[in-house]
Structure formats: C-alpha cells, structure tokens
Design a protein around this ligand. Structure first.
Ligand SMILES: C[S@@+](CC[C@H](N)C(=O)[O-])C[C@H]1O[C@@H](n2cnc3c(N)ncnc32)[C@H](O)[C@@H]1O
Length: 237
C-alpha cells in the first residue's frame, strides 16, 4: 500500500482532534453536515475514511446505524476504544467490502483530498448507496488546495492560487503531522460525481459560526471548505 503519512501521523491526529474536533469541524462543518441529516429517514450510514470515528459517533447519536471504514489501523484502534459498541472496519474507499445499494447515507468527511484514486472511491461510494440515498461530502475547496497564504499573520498577506489546473500530491505538515494531500481542480471531483448516477441537491461554503474571532476572520478570507449532498438516481440498477 502506498505511504500517505497517516500511520506515522495517527497519534498526533488523535491528539489534535481531541474529543470535539478541530476548528474546521467544530465551528464550520459539523452544523451544516448534521443539518443535512437531521429529520431525514436515514437508517444506516457508511463513513468512508472515518479516522478516529468522531463523525461516526455523531451519526450514532442521531440514531443511525453506522459503519466506519478507514485504512489506518491506529486510527481505527482509537475509534474502537472511544466507541466500543461501534462498527469499524479496515478498508479503502476504492474497494468497499459491501454489496451494491447497502446504505441510505454515505459520508465523506474531509477525505476526498486523501484518497489517491478519487474516481474509484467516488464510484464505490455511489455503488453502495441505495437508489434515492445520499452521499454527503465535506471537502477542502480546490481553490484552497492550490494555494497558500503569501505572508500569514501580516496585514498585507493574501492568498495566492497557482497551478490550479494541475492535479498533484503535496505533503502537508501541521501540529506534528505529515500527510499527503491531493490538489485536484474542482471539475475532476464534479465530473466523477456526475458520471456515477449522482445528482447534486445541495451545495454550500459554510462560514464559521463561532470560535476565536481572529480564526473566524482568517477563514472568511480564503475559499476554504464546502459541503455537497448528492442523491443517487432512483433509476440506478
Ligand atoms: C483528514 S482525515 C479525516 C478523518 C475523518 N473523516 C474526520 O473528519 O475526522 C482523512 C482520513 O482519510 C483516510 N484515508 C486515506 N486514504 C484513504 C482511502 N484510500 N480510503 C479511505 N480513507 C482513506 C485516512 O486514514 C484518514 O483517516
């Protein structure tokens, strides 16, 4: 299996997530993700790239029978410790060990940038969804994965996007982690989703709702995160 840095970064990731998740999750993404789920009739869910299981635990708290799947053994061990009743499997998005049409809801929570064969992963997520079921995605915007702050912290800093159309893997380092992320122009994700019998029913670029004012201000400056819900065509076989 290719080295994507996650085995060596798992301990730092678990510490960084803590009990409540990092800023992007806690203050930006959790609320709009849960808003797409609450009040709907999702009985079971698959969380692809579940990490240490935080969103699986949130889905279970909503009464949804949830399975988490992830290739990184150390993260799965943490997920099992934190949620002994939960179901966590080792596996990859590109080869999901489930029958067609097995789930009402499939989640990809900040994982598409980690998946090497994103097109294979998206095809698998669509395959295991039942017709009419939802694929709920949170991802880093392609505009942000192509860019960086020019001089972070300085008043005159800006966000520079470059080589936007070139797909590439880049090693990102923060808070003791070193993992490989993929930059892909947005059309690659959209075309893969469109070509798998999925229909876009929701798109948002959520702003932070609360938290440190300086961090909120920084998140509002650059094109950072988005949430999409895609529904599998009812006519799919
Ligand atoms: C940024 S973390 C997100 C974890 C979790 N979804 C969350 O939001 O806390 C990315 C995750 O993708 C997983 N991952 C990497 N390659 C993968 C693949 N091919 N299929 C599924 N998951 C993968 C990593 O092990 C890691 O847990």
């Amino acid at each position: 299996m290719e080295n994507n840095g996650w085995d060596d970064s798992a301990e730092a990731w678990i510490a960084d997530m803590g009990a409540e998740g990092d800023f992007s999750r806690r203050h930006v993404l959790d609320a709009p993700m849960l808003a797409r789920i609450r009040g709907r009739d999702f009985r079971n869910a698959l969380d692809v790239g579940c990490g240490e299981g935080r969103f699986c635990r949130m889905l279970a708290a909503e009464g949804i029978a949830t399975i988490g799947i992830d290739p990184t053994a150390r993260l799965l061990a943490a997920a099992r410790t934190r949620d002994p009743q939960g179901r966590y499997l080792q596996g990859r998005a590109e080869a999901l060990p489930f029958d067609d049409a097995s789930f009402d809801l499939v989640i990809s929570y900040l994982t598409l940038i980690d998946i090497e064969d994103y097109a294979g992963g998206i095809a698998e997520m669509a395959r295991v969804l039942r017709p009419g079921g939802s694929l709920l995605i949170a991802n880093l915007n392609s505009f942000s994965t192509a860019g960086d702050w020019t001089a972070e912290g300085k008043a005159a800093s800006g966000f520079l996007i470059d080589n936007y159309l070139d797909e590439r893997a880049e090693w990102e380092s923060w808070n003791g982690m070193l993992v490989r992320n993929w930059h892909r122009p947005f059309h690659l994700y959209m075309q893969a989703l469109l070509s798998n019998g999925l229909r876009l029913v929701h798109f948002d670029e959520p702003a932070p709702t609360d938290g440190n004012p300086q961090t909120i201000a920084r998140y509002r400056r650059a094109p950072w995160l988005h949430v999409m819900e895609w529904v599998r065509d009812e006519r799919a076989p």
